[in-house]
Design a binder for this molecule. Structure first.
Ligand code: GLU
Length: 289
């Protein structure tokens, strides 16, 4: 295994994208939002900003929060047809932002909303506009909060999961680091929930075919869309475009600053920029899961 000096690697980081999934934001027992976690998340991000970093949050939760609000009797996303999910996302996204805005305001931090689809990247004008908006927000000291535009994204134009979305965003804004907070400690040689011999992988220096295969077949949690497969796809996009990526467990949100101060937490995917990697083309050819 490669010996990487994480402290040195992280010391230069200036622009970070942090992704948090629906299951990390909810109480397992009820599916309601975990305000303590949200509060710690926002505080961590504001503190990175205060350290002088540019920060982006990619958050899920629109559909889950909307379902809670307007379909309390129907808890499971699977039971609902697309139009119902999209209606839930329309309600939930606004609620989610209201909560984020409120907590960010407690730290005197401006936050903005950016909702994206595949077209934001594939269409040249849209991509150019989106990049300019991010840049301007960074200049103005604002933290952009990103989600997929679930209300209008149909199969043809959806990215489909926020792991992939966060890597796309990191690549678009030329971030130097991406942190995926998930319900798993990092990458294992197999699913540790079913195979007790699965080994934890500390650092990935090369995304071999074997590793990409390992991600397949793994499913995500019941509420989010992402599993290990989407995380490997995110790693592919991030690493190919010069973004170092870490997958870590969201059970303690404070890992964010620990990771960025170089502590050995989560699986680190070291970037290896591929000048031939074409983000718009890759996104165009990508299939949602
Ligand atoms: N965009 C979806 C939402 O906010 C979640 C996608 C995902 O979990 O990866 O509800």
């Amino acid at each position: 295994m490669a010996n990487v000096n994480r402290e040195a690697l992280m010391a230069d980081k200036k622009r970070v994208v942090v992704k948090i999934g629906s299951s990390s934001l909810q109480h397992k027992e009820t599916g309601d939002l975990d305000y303590t976690k949200l509060d710690v998340l926002v505080r961590e991000l504001c503190n990175l900003k205060n350290r002088g970093m540019d920060v982006v949050l990619v958050t899920s939760g629109a559909i889950a929060v909307g379902q809670k609000a307007i379909l309390p009797q129907r808890a499971k996303e699977e039971d609902n047809p697309i139009a119902v999910k999209q209606a839930c996302a329309a309600v939930g996204q606004a609620r989610l932002m209201m909560i984020y805005q409120k907590i960010f305001a407690e730290y005197n931090q401006e936050a903005a909303q950016i909702l994206m689809t595949k077209n934001t990247i594939v269409d040249n004008l849209n991509r150019y506009n989106a990049r300019n908006t991010f840049e301007e927000l960074f200049k103005l000291g604002v933290i952009p909060i990103v989600n997929e535009n679930d209300t209008i994204a149909t199969y043809e134009i959806e990215i489909g999961d926020n792991d992939t979305l966060s890597a796309i965003v990191a690549s678009l804004v030329e971030a130097d680091s991406l942190i995926l907070l998930s319900d798993i400690d990092g990458l294992y040689t197999d699913d540790p929930r079913t195979n007790p011999n699965a080994e934890y992988i500390e650092v990935v220096t090369e995304l071999t075919d074997e590793l990409m295969e390992m991600g397949k077949g793994s499913t995500g949690s019941s509420v989010g869309t992402g599993g290990m497969m989407t995380k490997m796809q995110a790693a592919k996009i991030a690493c190919s475009t010069g973004v170092d990526m870490v997958i870590a467990n969201s059970k303690d949100i404070k890992v964010i600053h620990r990771i960025l101060s170089g502590q050995n937490i989560g699986t680190l995917f070291l970037s290896h920029k591929d000048e031939k990697f074409d983000l718009p083309l890759y996104v165009q050819q990508m299939h949602a899961h």
